[in-house]
Design a protein around this ligand. Sequence first.
Ligand code: 9MJ
Length: 679
Amino acid sequence: MSVPDKARRQAKALREQIDQHNYRYHVLDEPQIPDAEYDRLFRQLLKLEEQYPDLVTADSPTQRVGGEPLPGFAQVPHAVPMLSLDNAFSAEDIIAFDRRVRERLESEDEVAYAVEPKLDGMAISLRYEQGQFVQAATRGDGRTGEDVSHNVKTIPAVPMRLHGGGFPKVLEVRGEVYMPLAGFDAMNAAARKAGEKTFANPRNATAGSLRQLDPRVAARRPLTMFVYGVGEVSGGELPATHSETLQRLAEWGLRVCPENQVVVGATGCIDYFERIGERRHALAYEIDGVVCKVDDYALQRELGFVSRAPRWAIASKFPAQEELTVIKGVDWQVGRTGALTPVARLEPVNVGGVTVSNATLHNIDELERKDVRIGDTVSVRRAGDVIPEVVSVLKARRQNNAAPVRLPRRCPVCKSEVSRAEGEAVARCSAGLYCEAQRKEALKHFVSRKAMDIDGLGSKLIEQLVDEGLVRTPADLFNAQRINVESLAGLERMAEKSASNLVAAIDASRDVSLSRFLFALGIREVGEATAENLANHFGSLEALISSSDDMEALERVPDVGPIVAEHIRAFFSEEHNLQVLDQLTGPQGVRVRSVEIADDIEQEFAGITFVVTGTLASMTRDQAKAEIKQKGGKVSGSVSAKTGYLVYGEKAGSKLDKARQLGVELLNEDEFLNKLGRR
Ligand code: 9MJ
């Protein structure tokens, strides 16, 4: 069949676009379009090439796995190609896959499938010789990958030696290195705060970490790995099925996903897809579908593979988490600490089954860095329970009239001045608790579950109480003249029964632990853990208040550095805050339970400054610092003549050199543990 010019031009344009996006995704780790958009382009090209097979070129993106070798890494040929997977986008696609499998096998019987969540990370092959880790490689183009052993070695889930025995002499294990969502969110939050570049999603963060030449970068990233198959195997036997092989890999100390199962037929695969889909957002890691694999290796061999993918497996994809839409405007929300958060108002778009019309832009710094303008086409991502976010702008689609977004000079709620401290990523309303928005947010935090835990007092109700003028401060909540069954029952949607339940809940919350109370106060940077440390260290509210302008005393608390100490000092030096505390613990009858503190805490490090550097085997650096402070010592970030001791671990660098030059006393990990009395 002759190929119409139009189709030829279309295929060429698609190939160019796909190549360009492939490069951005695989090499630069900076995708410009959501995966769903990429998949649409790819499928368009596949369809064209299916219709006109003459259009297929050897270098068409459909003919390869994707990815270019990276300069700077040694090449690793894969003895058994690392294939990618064909995709299914519907139950019908899975049924068609199962039909093809049975036709090829000429089988009337149902086929057993090993089913697994499809992890969204980076495919990696681990090579073990005589049970010893020797090399880790990326997929690369499927035939040749890049040697990333130096980075993969830093991943705690990857054993450097297989456990037990009975493993083949050469065993190449394949799986996905990924970043759990909690670690990803924490890492991006820290980067955002420091005004640094954030990663678009956990997969890019993973790829970006593994593509580093310096292994110290990967070592700091919260990476882990699940294995899901084998490549080259020689000098030994593996079981006859995929599922039993994975069990064996688990016994050898490799991490296997606990969600894996064996099911029967297309129905089994579809049921599993639906069951995992329902729990998708409860998982600790991001998945983008499920993989169904013929379980029996003999059948897998019989089926073989086509150039890009095995015939014995299919990836069934969930609806995408990321989609394109247009920014209609940007509003500013005022948070508890006055931080102004830009929120994009979007042309509503369906992202993974949910209509999204607002997405956060996090802060002014990030908005400026991404150069977001009204009218821009942007990529919007929704993951788990977190608020949808704008991840990137498609600059190529920008119209001439796209209007830049400006930081308002005045708070949109209280009209006070907005300020942006030098070097801070965040702009804030300067009015503190005089700003109604901040007051509402502070009250919502005060009553929340991990703080005072007042049942039945939700966000909407707090807003009503403030709008009606019943409550201005946390102390007002406990003032029976303001909050009582009559005043509450007068509010919208509040019946007498719920009003009296709420009064009882407020009453019950009067008795509270010191740590919860401190957390409830909403002091900047004082989260649950820091509140607990403060409580355990000072024992009582009075003791904390009376030490609150002594920075050294505050910094002796584990987790408390100069910045947090300054926030604590500022909070307790504010007259208004002390008044509210007096009212709470005085007339309003809140009883803050003190903590008994052991008075035999040895202050044997009093007056001594420590510097900690390098990697310790038995604890993190933060733990080491906390232990030093617990014993009354000080911790500094740099070595000087005043440094008492330098504690050094593996890979200690310039600080160790400097300490040697200055003649500072050195402690290796054993000596440090000795000093702590732990040996
Ligand atoms: C992922 N990404 O989770 C495979 N995968 O098997 C699982 N990928 C795969 N299996 C053969 N669970 C090629 C790729």
